[in-house]
Design a protein around this ligand. Sequence first.
Ligand SMILES: N[C@@H](CCC(=O)N[C@@H](CS)C(=O)NCC(=O)O)C(=O)O
Length: 207
Amino acid sequence: MKLYYSPGACSLSPHIVAREAGIPLTLVKTDTKTKRIESGADFLAINPKGYVPALELDNGEVLTEGPAIVQYLADRKPESGLAPAHGTRERYRLQEMLGYINSEIHKTYSPLFKPDTPDATRAERKEYLRKRYALIEDILAKRTWLLGDHFTVADAYLFTVTSWAKHVELDLSAFKALNAFQQRVAARPAVQAAMQEEGLIRKAAAA
Ligand SMILES: N[C@@H](CCC(=O)N[C@@H](CS)C(=O)NCC(=O)O)C(=O)O
């Protein structure tokens, strides 16, 4: 399978999930501005939506939308516990959380990355994010991971989008449990490996 990604973008979430599950992926670096992949080929011919992540399956089919992709990957390795079994109440809780992260958090960051977003909009979006993170903070004050004792695809997604806060000067320092969560996720070997591969952190020097 091929994952079309852009370093540090929301595609880091399925990249982490694949590494957590032990699923080998071919990573294809994608420029979301020029809509070209590293070979120079047209990304729009692969994903007409023009955004990452996109997962090309071995049969050539292309799956898009982060929440669908992470569930697809997790379901390839159910024993990983990255997603509860289909049809269970826990699975709906996972989908509820993925929907919240996707629509309430992820997409609220988008205008903050655009240089022409007016200051008033920027301030309003940051306030909105802090309001949405307050709910997450309440959850993480009581649990290690978003859904309980197990790391799931929702944790990989929350970690990925929250790592953008420093790039858009969003102050989340008041959210102590969230900050501890970010550190917990960042310390996971699969997360370290994914971030190194995307060039977000340096590889540990050889002894
Ligand atoms: N609805 C999509 C949105 C994905 C998305 O926002 N991708 C961003 C990177 S985080 C992107 O590629 N943006 C470039 C563009 O929209 O042109 C999802 O949830 O997967």
